[in-house]
Design a protein around this ligand. Structure first.
Ligand code: DGP
Length: 122
């Protein structure tokens, strides 16, 4: 899939749409999810135009990938999520129900998060 410059997170990165920012550096922006699923629910996105993890892992520069990973860990630390624990989740593509076509990693924390997925009975 090619990158859609008009996706909602591209607009947030350009400052065209507001967000509740918690962190920003050269490589990443982190902001609170509009529809939180946990007491702490923050999205971390790379500054570069990458559709998803597949695109980023294949086409991101080493600096971008390292910078994004370090930023994600730093955000979790700054949110106070390390002691109690946290979950990272990145939906990639149709079966994962990815809604926004700009790579984003969810950070969930602040309560016991339960099982990772609904049980697969198939
Ligand atoms: P995903 O299914 O992984 O693509 O999740 C997209 C998430 O993005 C979803 O939890 C809701 C959130 N979201 C969608 N639009 C906005 C927005 O305009 N602002 C913020 N802060 N979050 C948004």
């Amino acid at each position: 899939m090619s990158y859609d410059n008009d996706n909602i997170f591209a607009k947030i990165l350009r400052g065209e749409i507001p967000c509740d920012k918690v962190f920003e550096d050269d490589y990443a922006l982190a902001f609170r999810d509009i529809n939180p699923q946990a007491p702490i629910h923050v999205l971390v996105i790379p500054k570069g135009a990458y559709v998803d993890m597949d695109d980023f892992s294949a086409n991101g520069t080493d600096s971008e990938i390292i910078g994004f990973m370090r930023a994600t860990g730093q955000v979790a630390r700054e949110l106070g999520a390390v002691h109690g624990g946290y979950r990272l989740l990145a939906n990639n593509g149709a079966d994962a129900n990815q809604e926004v076509p700009h790579l984003h990693v969810h950070i969930f924390a602040g309560r016991n998060l339960g099982p990772m997925l609904k049980r697969f009975d198939g």
